[in-house]
Design a protein around this ligand. Sequence first.
Ligand SMILES: NC(=O)c1ccc[n+]([C@@H]2O[C@H](COP(=O)([O-])OP(=O)(O)OC[C@H]3O[C@@H](n4cnc5c(N)ncnc54)[C@H](OP(=O)(O)O)[C@@H]3O)[C@@H](O)[C@H]2O)c1
Length: 307
Amino acid sequence: MKKLIGAFVFYARFALPFSRIGYRRRVRAPLAADFSGQRWVVTGATGGIGRAIALGAAARGATVLALARDKAKLYALARDARGPGRIEAVQVDLSLMRDLRRVAGEIAAQGRVDVLVHNVGVMLHEYGRTDEGAERSFATNLLGHWVLDAALREAGALDARSAIISMSSGGMYGAALALEQLEAGDAATHDGFLAYAQHKRAQVELTKHWNALGPDAPKAWVMHPGWVDTDGVRSSLPGFRKVFGRVLRNADEGADTALWLAAVRPPVGEGIWLDRQRDPEHAFGFTREGADAQALAAWLAERAARA
Ligand SMILES: NC(=O)c1ccc[n+]([C@@H]2O[C@H](COP(=O)([O-])OP(=O)(O)OC[C@H]3O[C@@H](n4cnc5c(N)ncnc54)[C@H](OP(=O)(O)O)[C@@H]3O)[C@@H](O)[C@H]2O)c1
């Protein structure tokens, strides 16, 4: 019953702003931006929102390194790119830390990165582990972001001129960060929905950690796309899609704020971006009680050292 009331309160609060009606109310003008000469890295770039970010950046002049695992989808994406920029396919399993470290080295060897979009994210209801032993959604949604980011920094590909944009979710409004819930140890304790909300809340704290690294570090922003009709929603939330299908955003609408952040680079600070505006990080008091950025970073550093 408590869960049901929680869900009702959540949807009553967010259905309008997260829908395409919310997007159309807040975003009035198409984005005019020129990313010519910039080198972007976009993870999960063959899916709905990541694909729209990659195509949107290339259309505005960027060279986009598109990271995803499916070769055919990657080549289709590169083919669909409309200039003046272009898309280069980088095949990698974003849940595997050894592959991420390798790819980061290869990217860094070719030069610096202007914009890194940590877009990849999955909601996995079924429990599973990668061959490195990490729970799969945790590895994809959080540990991989940390490892890719750290490896690119260490290799000198990210500097004070770079921008980091993380794709969180409005689902994080329902979670107080609990480090022990980031990675379930077995199927009995895995709840795909709750794990996803934790990972998405963690991205908000991680952004604060990155912004506390000093003036020589890249600036970071965290955003969410609202509710967008993508393959991810189709496969992970079919019931939700059935109810809200008619008001879901399209992928370009979900991608808009990432492109806008990269173009405008507003002052960093607390908050999560949606539709080119900074929204509060907390909508319910209980989520303020969670672990903070410092605790998360220490925890992730220790976990990454074992990965
Ligand atoms: N859609 C929404 O309403 C919504 C709402 C809030 C937040 N978000 C967030 O927005 C981001 C994008 O969501 P989406 O709905 O566009 O997702 P999506 O349709 O599921 O696309 C995800 C992309 O990530 C790739 N991917 C997944 N696991 C991978 C792995 N291990 N290695 C390499 N690539 C992998 C997928 O490739 P494959 O095709 O090979 O699986 C696909 O390209 C996610 O972080 C999501 O949490 C989405």
